[in-house]
Unconditional design. Structure first.
Ligand code: ADP
Ligand code: ZN
Length: 874
């Protein structure tokens, strides 16, 4: 029996073993197959085949760089020996629900697997129903990468693979069975299932195989009937072909050329109308043919074309075209004037270029202050790597930033660039993916999931703004695109460059421990100074101007000045909505979400109170829902309120707001940002969306309202995030010729994250924060796993979490288990949440223990979130 292991996109499921019927060729690794799973037929992807070889843990070496400083913190040689097993995945499991694969045992993974496979041959192994690809759909190296990710992040291998798949890759099987003449003739001589199936097909109508399969139980029976010629099975859609956009194209046939070349007078054989003549004349000039839509525009109708086609003068065919996401790009990118690198840039480029040329795995951290010209370095590196015939992947944070960087790369590399981000339609993403897969592209710019793009011979991966939270996927598989990028570079023997003005604690720690090469840009280009930052202590402002003040006097003066000078300003508040809560002054109740343990946010324009976690909303109440009293008050404020204040104060100013409420629609954010860039707006108010990466040369003022919004959160990264946000947003000011200024309003002017951000002193912040993390045993001084157990009541969730804690503690290992505790957000979308942490220096041990404990409790597994290297622990 020839066996393959197949990953199917089902949560928390490992790969499954199937046999390949003799009449099929062996599918290669990475090919899609249709397989039965329970009563369903699903598309899966072949991850391994006999002899088991490719996706094997021994071929995944230890990344020196990924993840972190945990190993470094341990430091001694014993731990570095242990390090060899960290990040090393368990062998992918063979059969769903089997638990032995998690024990790392004495037997080598390969042997264990072969033995297990042998045992299975006697068991009931189902057959592959169909093979969809004769060549790998996913390249083998991407299969290997997803296998690694599923291990590392304790997710199902099919789920991880789904992250790498383009839209429409998982084809639903649409197979139909129909009875043949032979089937009719032999029906009465058949027995059992075969007879049943033939009978249900007796009226000659094609019936969906799924319907037959579930009723009669067996795909093998159908296959047998087909083999014997009693039924015909239609092949399923091959999916891919159907999903491309095509256009109809008309072209001259050889005979058409001949006729078109003759004089109109010389029509002895064929008489043509004037329209038909016109069509032939047009097509004469287009050897590749013309799209019929183009001919229609020139007055050549469909009937004319079909007549010409009937007499054999014109051929009509379909041609595939790619949907181009740049087509609708609202702002054409002006070609960038060639610049001369500053001496700092040149030194950085030389260093990184050398690493890229070595064609071996290297990881580097490019720490460059805002406006130091990192993009220029990425461009030149990309160019150099392309010259060596290798491809380039540039990862950027989610959405807001993507179009501009993509545009810069598109301007530089033209057609050879593909972009991939979640703002694209399915069709566009599909086309872009296939362009990459065909090798039509050697530069990919994309967000998180583009880390799995099917690029060939990768030479360079750049992760821009590597600290950004959007690299972390907050649903399963909970991977961090940055860390997967490092692993991918390692597997490909490529250079990975992590760039940021505010590197994550993990990455900087790795640079200090020499796991990454540290390259620093300390100055802005052209000696432009960093914005000068002024802190406004809001306690004093409240004392003098009253407790309702939102815009401080200093900020108002600065805004007025900018308006007068026709310069631009950005005002940031990282909280959307109008007011944060509705409060009853009579009974002190607040209006809470019925599904989540948070209060509803007031959205005034929409006249609704809305939950930011589950999107529940209700009309703004006029009286208290608790005591029916009329004394409702709105507390706290968000971007909508700030915008209203600014508009009221500066009625002549052109103000727009950028947050998730205003940019819901596709393309909306690009539109707003390009209007701002074009000078059609004076002031942009927004959330962190406006803090990232943008380069607006006319912005000379940045105001930050409630700089401390994030500090109140019960999350160990609160200070880091605050520092990053403030430094990044201050970095938006003064990027052109005009000197920049930032005004930061806060109630905690002495907090170290705010103080250091105002001085834009990254290293000082890193040192303070590293001390805090060490003292509290948080990453990067240890590795952290966050486990959230969901339940119908808090008590039930706590009890289940308690059970997990007990089981983990009884395993006596090198890690610490903390909890259970009520999660900071104790209820989301109607589910109560209890939480526990694992902390230790040995990630594999923690993950394996956890997976083992959960595999003994399959029902609980489904309600448990396992987050390795969490970005947020709320
Ligand atoms: P960063 O990403 O480091 O914040 P950018 O790459 O956006 O900075 O560069 C900031 C600005 O400086 C951009 O407008 C860019 O075109 C410009 N720039 C970059 N390098 C140079 C250079 N060597 N000379 C002149 N201008 C430069
Ligand atoms: Zn809610």
């Amino acid at each position: 029996m020839r066996l393959v292991r197949v990953a199917v996109p089902v949560p928390a499921l490992d790969s499954l073993t199937y046999s390949v019927p003799d009449e099929f060729p062996m599918p290669p690794i990475g090919a899609r197959v249709l397989v039965p799973l329970g009563s369903r037929v699903m598309t899966g992807c072949v991850v391994d085949s006999e002899p088991w070889s490719v996706v094997r843990s021994s071929s995944l070496e230890v990344p020196t760089s990924i993840g972190m400083a945990a190993e470094h913190a341990a430091g001694d040689s014993a731990s570095s020996a242990r390090r060899d097993t960290d990040h090393e995945p368990r062998p992918p499991a063979l059969v769903a629900g089997r638990s032995s694969a998690t024990s790392s045992g004495e037997v080598s993974p390969k042997r264990a697997r072969n033995e297990r496979a042998k045992a299975e041959t006697t068991a009931d192994i189902k057959q592959v129903i169909d093979i969809l690809d004769s060549t790998p759909f996913l390249p083998a190296d991407v299969v290997k990468l997803t296998a690694w990710a599923s291990e590392y992040y304790a997710a199902g291998v099919g789920e991880a693979m789904a992250a790498a798949m383009p839209p429409r890759a998982w084809i639903e099987s649409e197979r139909y069975a129909q009875i043949t003449d032979v089937g009719h003739a032999r029906m009465l001589t058949e027995r059992g299932n075969r007879r049943d199936i033939l009978e249900s097909l007796v009226d000659d109508k094609p019936v969906r195989v799924e319907a037959l399969g579930t009723r009669k139980g067996s795909h093998a029976v159908l296959a047998g009937l087909e083999r014997d010629g009693l039924i015909a099975l239609t092949k399923p859609l091959k999916g891919a072909a159907a999903a491309f956009r095509t256009v109809r194209v008309a072209a001259l046939t050889a005979q058409g050329y001949e006729i078109a070349g003759r004089d109109a007078a010389d029509e002895s054989t064929i008489r043509l109308g004037t329209k038909q003549r016109e069509a032939l004349a047009l097509l004469m000039g287009a050897p590749e043919g013309l799209e019929t839509s183009e001919l229609f525009e020139r007055g050549i109708g469909g009937p004319t074309l079909s007549r010409l086609s009937t007499v054999g003068l014109v051929s009509l065919s379909r041609r595939r075209v790619d949907r181009d996401p740049f087509e609708q790009a609202s702002q054409p990118v002006p070609p960038r004037p060639p610049v001369e690198l500053t001496s700092e840039q040149a030194a950085a480029f030389e260093r990184l270029g050398g690493l890229a040329a070595s064609q071996q795995f290297h990881a580097a951290l490019l720490h460059g202050v805002t406006g130091s010209g990192k993009t220029e370095i990425y461009l030149r590196l990309a160019d150099a790597v392309r010259q060596q015939g290798r491809s380039v992947l540039l990862l950027v944070p989610e959405i807001a930033l993507t179009p501009s960087v993509a545009g810069i790369f598109r301007a530089a590399f033209g057609e050879r660039v593909a972009i991939q981000h979640s703002g694209l339609s399915d069709g566009e993403r599909y086309d872009q993916w296939h362009r990459i897969r065909r090798g039509d592209v050697d530069v990919v710019v994309g967000t998180r999931s583009a880390v799995f793009a099917p690029l060939r011979s990768l030479g360079l991966i750049v992760v821009d703004e590597e600290h950004d939270g959007s690299y972390k996927q907050e649903e399963t598989p909970r991977y961090n695109g940055r860390d997967v990028a490092v692993m991918r570079a390692r597997q490909a023997g490529a250079l990975v460059v992590l760039g940021s003005a505010t590197p994550s604690m993990e990455s900087y720690q790795n640079a200090l421990s020499s796991r990454y090469t540290l390259v620093t840009l300390e100055k802005r280009v052209l000696d432009r100074p960093l914005a000068d930052v002024r802190i406004v202590d809001m306690r004093e402002e409240y004392a003098t101007a009253g407790p309702d003040v939102i815009l401080s006097g200093a900020l108002c003066d600065a805004l007025a000045e900018r308006l007068q000078r026709r310069e631009q300003a950005i005002v940031l508040l990282n909280r959307r909505g109008y007011a944060s809560s509705v409060f009853c002054r009579q009974c002190a109740a607040t209006v809470e979400c019925p599904n989540c343990s948070v209060s509803l946010t007031v959205h005034r324009a929409a006249r609704r109170a809305r939950c930011h976690y589950c999107n529940y909303s209700m009309a703004l109440p006029k009286a208290c829902l608790n005591c029916a009293g009329p004394f409702l008050e709105q507390l706290g404020f968000g971007t909508e309120r700030v915008e209203a204040e600014i508009v009221a104060r500066f009625p002549e100013a052109r103000v727009a707001r950028v947050d998730r409420d205003t940019v819901r629609k596709r393309g909306a954010i690009a539109g707003l940002l390009s209007r701002f860039a074009a000078g059609e707006l004076d002031i942009l108010v927004g959330t962190q969306m406006i803090a990232k990466g943008h380069d607006f040369p006319r912005v000379s003022l940045v105001g930050v309202i409630s700089a401390d919004v994030g500090l109140g959160l019960a999350d160990f990264r609160a200070a880091e995030r605050t520092f990053q946000l403030l430094t990044q947003v201050a970095g938006r000011a003064g990027r052109g010729e005009i000197r920049g200024q930032a005004i930061v309003q806060t109630l905690y002017p002495d907090h170290y994250s705010i103080r250091h951000a105002c001085k834009q002193d990254y290293v000082a912040f890193f040192n303070d924060e590293a001390n805090f993390r060490r003292a509290m045993h948080y990453p990067p001084s240890v590795a952290l796993v966050n486990v959230v157990v969901k339940g119908r009541s808090l008590a039930a969730a706590m009890q289940d979490a308690g059970g997990i804690v007990q089981a983990l503690r009884s395993r006596k290992d090198s890690y610490r288990v903390l909890g259970p505790a009520t999660a900071p957000l104790s209820r989301i979308k109607g589910e109560h949440r209890a939480q526990l942490f694992l902390k230790g220096t040995h990630r594999t041990a923690m993950r394996e223990a956890l997976v083992a404990v959960l595999e003994e409790r399959p029902e609980l597994r489904r309600r448990t979130i396992v987050d390795i290297d969490p970005m947020s622990v709320l």
